[in-house]
Ligand binder design. Structure first.
Ligand SMILES: NC(=O)c1ccc[n+]([C@@H]2O[C@H](COP(=O)([O-])OP(=O)(O)OC[C@H]3O[C@@H](n4cnc5c(N)ncnc54)[C@H](OP(=O)(O)O)[C@@H]3O)[C@@H](O)[C@H]2O)c1
Length: 158
């Protein structure tokens, strides 16, 4: 199974703040939608509940939540191992890890991420939720530059 992390961060690895995002980039939202529609999106419990109610579950995607506390009507796994085993059993080919901080870090730490779809935003922002550095394990295969951010595709070093 190919596991892709999709995230937006600035140059200090900042991804946001507890209850909001430090940036508003409609192109980033559109890219997220384009890449993940019809796919599997995997998230932690807090991320699931941080989605606005009308986008919860995210439409036109198979939503999976990693949590020790089962959420009614939602496909949940109580840990990463059981999630991976089940996906393998189902012969799933691809999924997207959509966050948040704790889930990204765990999947990177376990070397489970094959590809990163990164929105890299210029500057440093005064917010407080970061991911751990992961880029030394990856190299860039594509990027599209915009004035204040770029879209970068990274794949794991072989
Ligand atoms: N600004 C935004 O756009 C945005 C987006 C997402 C999140 N947030 C907020 O950012 C804060 C930090 O997010 P976060 O990184 O803590 O969120 P998260 O990863 O979405 O959720 C953490 C929760 O996911 C479950 N979980 C994570 N790893 C697990 C594992 N290995 N096994 C079983 N369960 C696991 C646990 O739920 P249980 O305790 O139920 O087991 C854990 O408490 C939160 O306050 C969140 O609301 C903001």
């Amino acid at each position: 199974m190919q596991i892709i992390a999709i995230l937006a961060m600035d140059h200090s690895l900042l991804i946001g703040a507890k209850n909001s995002l430090p940036w508003h980039i409609p192109e980033d939202m559109k890219r997220f939608k384009d890449l993940t529609t019809s796919e599997i999106v995997v998230m932690g419990r807090n991320t699931y509940f941080s989605l606005p109610e009308k986008f919860r579950p995210l439409p036109n995607r198979r939503n999976i939540v990693i949590t020790r506390t089962k959420i009614e009507w939602v496909e949940c796994y109580s840990d990463i191992g059981s999630f991976i085993d089940s996906m393998k059993d189902q012969k799933v080919e691809k999924c997207f890890i959509i966050g948040w901080a704790s889930l990204y870090d765990q999947f990177f730490d376990l070397d489970l991420i094959d590809q990163v779809e990164l929105t890299l935003i210029d500057g440093k922002h005064e917010w407080d939720i970061f991911v751990s550095e992961f880029r030394s394990d990856f190299h860039e295969i594509a990027s599209i530059d915009f004035e204040q951010w770029k879209f970068v595709t990274l794949i794991r070093n072989s």
